[in-house]
Design a protein around this ligand. Structure first.
Ligand code: ASP
Ligand code: MG
Length: 607
């Protein structure tokens, strides 16, 4: 007998008829001899309606009362579904989060799950009942019994957490789309269904705006090795399987707040090439990385910083034995890149750094916790390590540093994040050992229109400043993405300075700017600029690891459309470009087509 957790979203239980059809599926699964726990969301737009009511009464409703209110949505749907299942002759029982014993932090409206009691569930399962559990809710402790909710969209997280706690064979997420798609079909009509995706890829796509799965649910699936399937409530189609590597055993206690970092990784075979002062017009990155790709050189990190005046800096890393060839390519291109708008700006210039290393912290627990990256920067600063390049992804932050600093950096990071040191190249287990060489280089593409770009001018070039800046933002819970420091140093009043640019959620932009402005006199940097009319287009795929030419293909596609790339940032499995907001959708379409993600299957999604 298999133990299965099924989760049905709000649309799937949006009416009496739909609840009845869900009940049929549930009964079929149960009568095939499986133990079954069913998690449901509130019916249709119930939660939105409740939020609206609350705001009609109070402009900033009390968070405890908000949880009291919102948790009622799921209490309706579990009771109704349970009745519908019983009507079909199958014993079933509904349970709230409190009744199950889903214990969370005492953080109203955004609680993380700490632990789940399983004995009551097990008893009902043994008695042959289907247990219908309210998603999205828990209690602050078994004594206080304060009702908490997990944050909007949190039922996915409830379902996967239950599957982890029960060591279920599989967790199926039923929704109103056929599974996970290569991109948003409302923007790209020929988006296709994927049959499989890795949890790392899914985490990136979820954070880039693919709304089918709550990122925290993917995080739990990845940490506990839960087999996850996303499929349609209306068909028998298999949907998309989200696969996770076999995880290291971890306790179920502290489920969602376990160590944020589970490995420190490093790579001492890195060298940096920087091309300074290239003109800010379409096609430059495409040309540079196109040439690099024809030489079959594998590029690891790429960054392109904001333009100072009319020019950009592009920097990238390669393995040390590729450095000479990469440098030659850059040097051959440089003379042709004379800045036509500002001839005084001079020719592009190539700079290389032969002995670099990359250190990374890795762990799904860092999602939504901006303090983790800030802690990495401050740890390195305290160890006197200068950070040359930063690359961020959902589950990893990497810093390119001087090779001579590598041992010191690793020791400091292992200590700060409580990761035990081992002689391997990766401390705690390398994620890409299992990288599938047969996987497509790019699994999906995403467009994020909800970001704003901030740039801080003339930040004094001293260790510790980046760490101060990002700690200030982390303290206010502002997550930062695409962090880039300019490669060029500029002397301002005799002090070497660099510019730092990064993106934040557009909603956080004003607050971020105000915080940074307030700290300017103390930290000594210049102006802070905000640009809201940007779009971020990204490609994601574990298959791009170790495969030359993937980024080049993306830049080439944009260049052909004359779309200017304002900023580039990469991680191991992602390349993101900032473009003008007005060009975002077109950029997504051409990239999607360039990686042959398009197909003929028409995917219909509800508006
Ligand atoms: N009903 C909650 C919401 O709308 C939780 C969920 O549906 O996942 O956010
Ligand atoms: Mg949902």
């Amino acid at each position: 007998m298999a133990l299965i957790v099924q989760k049905y979203g709000g649309t799937s239980v949006g009416s009496v008829e739909r609840i009845q059809s869900v009940a049929q599926r549930v009964v079929k699964t149960a009568q095939a001899g499986n133990g079954l726990v069913v998690v449901v969301s509130a019916m249709g737009k119930t939660t939105d309606g409740l939020v609206k009511l609350a705001h009609e009464i109070s402009t900033s409703p009390n968070r405890r009362e908000m949880d009291m209110l919102l948790s009622t949505g799921e209490q309706q749907s579990i009771a109704l579904l349970s009745m519908a299942i019983q009507e079909l002759g199958q014993p079933a029982i509904s349970m709230t989060g409190a009744q199950v014993g889903i214990v969370t932090e005492a953080e109203h409206t955004r609680a993380r799950i700490l632990s789940i009691e399983t004995d009551r569930l097990q008893r009902h399962l043994q008695d042959g009942r289907v247990v219908v559990v309210a998603g999205f809710q828990g209690i602050s402790s078994l004594i206080d019994l304060e009702i908490t909710t997990l944050g909007r969209g949190g039922s996915d997280t409830s379902a996967v957490a239950l599957a982890a706690a029960l060591q279920a064979d599989c967790c199926e997420i039923y929704t109103d789309v056929p599974g996970i798609l290569t991109t948003d079909p409302r923007l790209v009509p020929d988006a296709q269904l994927m049959s499989e995706i890795t949890s790392d890829e899914m985490l990136e796509l979820a954070s880039l705006g693919a709304k089918v799965l709550h990122p925290r649910a993917v995080e739990i699936a990845r940490n506990y090795g839960v087999t996850l399937v996303v499929r349609s409530s209306w068909t028998e189609d298999p949907g998309t399987k989200v696969v996770s590597p076999i995880p290291q055993p971890r306790p179920l206690e502290g489920l969602e707040i376990a160590q944020p970092v589970d490995a420190v990784e490093f790579d001492t075979d890195q060298a940096k090439v920087a091309l300074l002062r290239v003109p800010d017009r379409p096609g430059i990155a495409a040309r540079l990385f196109g040439e690099i790709a024809t030489q079959d050189l594998d590029v690891d990190l790429i960054i392109q910083s904001i333009h100072e005046g009319n020019s950009n800096d592009i920097a990238f890393t390669v393995t040390q034995n590729s450095l000479n060839r990469a440098e030659a390519v850059a040097a051959a291109i440089a003379p042709a890149l004379r800045n036509q708008i500002d001839p005084l700006a001079g020719e592009a210039e190539v700079m290389v750094d032969r002995r670099m290393a990359k250190v990374s912290i890795v762990g799904a627990g860092m999602i939504g916790r901006p303090g983790v990256a800030a802690q990495m920067f401050s740890t390195l600063a305290e160890a006197g390590v200068n950070i040359e390049m930063i690359s961020t992804s959902e589950v990893q932050v990497s810093c390119a540093i001087d090779q001579d600093d590598c041992d010191r950096a690793i020791a400091a990071l292992c200590q700060a994040f409580n990761v035990t040191r081992s002689p391997a190249k990766s401390i705690g287990g390398h994620r890409w050992q299992q990288a599938d060489q047969l996987a497509p280089p790019v699994r999906g593409a995403a467009l994020d229109l909800k970001q704003a770009r901030l740039a801080i001018r003339h930040v004094p070039d001293r260790p510790g400043l980046a760490s101060r800046i990002f700690s200030l933002l982390a303290d206010r819970n502002i997550s930062v993405d695409m962090i880039i420091q300019s490669q060029r140093c500029r002397l301002v009043n005799g002090i070497a300075t660099r510019d730092i640019a990064f993106t934040v959620a557009a909603l956080d932009a004003d607050e971020a700017q105000a915080i940074l402005q307030a700290a300017a006199p103390e930290l000594g940097y210049g102006e802070i600029m905000v640009d809201r009319s940007i779009a971020k287009v990204s490609i994601v795929g574990t298959g791009m690891v170790g495969r030359p030419g993937v980024a080049a293909r993306m830049f080439e596609a944009l260049s052909k459309e004359q779309i200017n790339i304002q900023m580039i940032a990469t991680s191991e499995i992602k390349v993101s470009c900032l473009v003008a907001e007005t060009e975002g959708t077109r950029a997504l379409q051409v990239i999607h087509a360039a990686f042959e993600l398009s197909g003929n299957e028409r995917i219909v999604v509800p508006a």
